[in-house]
Design a protein around this ligand. Structure first.
Ligand code: AMP
Length: 300
């Protein structure tokens, strides 16, 4: 049985940054999440691809402790995203989003996935997030991620599913947009009032903030000199975060702080190469080394 069930996109991405360009590489919220989380726990991936999805991508995911029983293959094209970054790499500019197979996707969980304790509702249409949430019998921790596309196109549906999750992940400009305030502390307060017990606001290279009703934690950003491609930073952060929680089976607030640092360590490593190139080649030794460096940064 999978420890974590992860819903999201499995995509073919075309990415341009000031340091180069790649075309039709493996990407998508579920891919980045699952590859990162699989360093800690077994993941059941829930998504859809078309018949054009390369067999080597499927073999790569399958070889990483990732259960692909709920990766549907349909007679359509795979989801495609094209984007670019300028020198401020905190902001992705979307050139094109082709939903393709995702447009008619109706996720149906395998029996073994319905019993999962840890659920990741990754960046897809909130209507699909709701559909998956309904199928899980008794989740202990549900983490939801989203993006401006859904905040703008499915606002009501998004707020409805946010109400039912335990952890909400947003980056800073998504938090401002969703809760209509420029102030992140106010946005976090409104987010907590909307349902989740934990709200994490990611600030790209400047770290992330955790808010609960009674606590506030500020995680530093890793001083990355070799930033090549930030695509997947949010999803690999989520994978390291929930991966650590599933491995330790501890959903307490102090353990969540540690999980945030694991997420930050993996996201910063991921950004040192294009697409999933770095996550393909690192192991836990690299992650633990980066964790040590994070400890040094906050010691005073
Ligand atoms: P992030 O972790 O936020 O950098 O997510 C990057 C991934 O999100 C890329 O690999 C894209 O394929 C995927 N993506 C882009 N737009 C969307 C969308 N509207 N819905 C779901 N996934 C998306």
């Amino acid at each position: 049985m999978a420890d974590i069930v992860a819903l999201g996109t499995v995509a073919l991405d075309t990415i341009k940054t000031p340091f180069g360009q790649v075309r039709n590489v493996l990407g998508g919220s579920a891919s980045y999440f699952s590859v990162a989380a699989s360093m800690f726990a077994r993941v059941g991936l829930v998504s859809v691809v078309g018949k054009d999805f390369p067999v080597e991508h499927r073999s790569f995911l399958g070889g990483r402790n990732i259960n692909l029983r709920c990766l549907d293959v349909v007679d359509d094209k795979t989801f495609r995203w094209e984007g670019y970054y300028e020198y401020d790499m905190n902001e992705a500019h979307t050139v094109k989003t082709e939903l393709n197979a995702v447009e008619k996707f109706s996720p149906k969980l395998a029996d073994e996935h319905r019993k999962t304790k840890y659920l990741f509702l990754g960046n897809v249409d909130p209507v699909l997030q709701q559909k998956v949430l309904e199928q899980v019998e008794a989740p202990e921790l549900v983490v939801l991620d989203t993006m401006n596309y859904w905040i703008e196109n499915r606002n009501k549906e998004l707020l409805k599913v946010i109400k039912k999750v335990n952890v909400l992940l947003l980056n800073e400009w998504e938090a401002r947009e969703l809760f209509s305030t420029p102030n992140l502390i106010k946005a976090a307060g409104k987010a907590l009032a909307a349902g989740p017990e934990f709200v994490i606001i990611k600030k790209g290279e400047h770290g992330s903030l955790l808010f609960t009703e009674s606590a506030h934690f500020s995680a530093p950003g890793y001083p990355l000199e070799n930033l090549v491609d930030p695509t997947g930073a949010g999803d690999s952060f989520a994978g390291g975060f929930l991966g650590w929680i599933a491995k330790t089976r501890d959903v307490s607030e102090p353990n969540m702080r540690k999980a945030i640092i694991y997420g930050s360590a993996i996201a910063s490593l991921n950004a040192e190469g294009f697409g999933l190139n770095i996550l393909r080649s690192i192991d836990m030794k690299h992650v633990e080394q980066r964790l040590k460096e994070f400890r040094e940064i906050v010691k005073f």
